[in-house]
Design a protein around this ligand. Sequence first.
Ligand code: NAD
Ligand code: TYD
Length: 352
Amino acid sequence: MVKHILLTGGSGFIGSNFVRFVFNARPGVKITNLDALTYSGNPENLADLEHDARYRFVKGDIGDAPLMERLIGSGEFDGVVHMAAESHVDRSIMDAGPFVRANTLGTQVLLDVLRRMQVRHKEGKGPPPPRFVYVSTDEVYGSLPLEDKSQLFTEETPLQPNSPYSASKAGGDCLVRAYHHTFGLDLLTTRCSNNFGPYQFPEKVIPLFVTNLIEGKQVPLYGVGANVRDWLHVEDHCEAVLTVLERGVSGEVYNVGGNNERSNLELTHAILAIMGKGKDMIRNVEDRLGHDLRYAIDASKIKRELGWQPTRSAWPKALEATCRWYVDNRKWWERVKSGAYREYYERQYGTR
Ligand code: NAD
Ligand code: TYD
């Protein structure tokens, strides 16, 4: 079992859920969270754990090679879970630069630190590099047709990313593959479908729609809502990542999915029903450029080889619980939507 994990991007949606999940599932494990606190990194997500002896926060950018060298090269971690990323497709359409810098180049900086550790270790001059899990996305596979539901993404599906976001994540995937193949580093990759749950930044469809409805605003549905996503509860994803870190086979890729395909229209109708609102609250807006039609994951490999399967993602219960979280935690998302969460950051860590 790993004892001390370096988690990158731990102040974001999945990262903050991962910290909570690991502390519950493995009470003896320590986590250092390295996060640059970009717009989607919110230290309030983990405010209650700030004084937990198992938790440490380091503010920093994965692209800062000297900092990464000092941090990872210290040898205090036996596992790295790499989640830090620019994560929103619509933002990547407006400006791809930050995506390539964080998702592709940032990943290369981390891999090069491991490579240098390996060289020093072989010379008897330092600790071995830690195991490294790259948290990727099903979006690297591109898009499936809507008509043929038998088609699913497997780990053998060629990478055909369609958005600047997925292209920059696929850059990271390819580097992880190459550094394992060339240098024999202990690297693994997970490719997960769309997550839902608490603490998701309200630019993503579920928290955006739920919080808009609470505020009495309409929900902007792209096109006619025909696009399909495979929804997985964030805690199921966290469990899959921990499983891969602990028991995955070095160099392997594991697909992670909820077996829970829904069109955006179906999702919107479900949210409206849960929130007690009518279809008049839907505003059909212009479609996203290059909008991928359908994502659907075949997660049979991780089930067969590592025994993981989703247990928290079943609808409508899991969706209802998520909507309820946003109803009950209005202060959290109001501070995000208004930008007030940055004040907390500035008080704690200075001006960004
Ligand atoms: P998020 O945007 O909520 O969080 C990203 C975090 O990374 C933030 O805390 C941000 O401050 C940090 N970060 C960004 N750039 C950084 C940098 N250069 N250095 C250090 N920290 C940086 O994203 P999320 O939804 O939690 O996604 C986490 C990971 O999971 C991403 O790698 C994403 O590609 C992947 N993923 C997400 C989903 C999903 O549905 N959200 C699905 C599959 C995979
Ligand atoms: P999103 O949450 O951005 O995740 P991703 O693009 O990574 O799948 O979007 C999920 C789906 O919801 C996607 O098909 C686009 C659609 N969508 C809308 O219809 N309206 C919106 O305002 C947003 C943000 C997304």
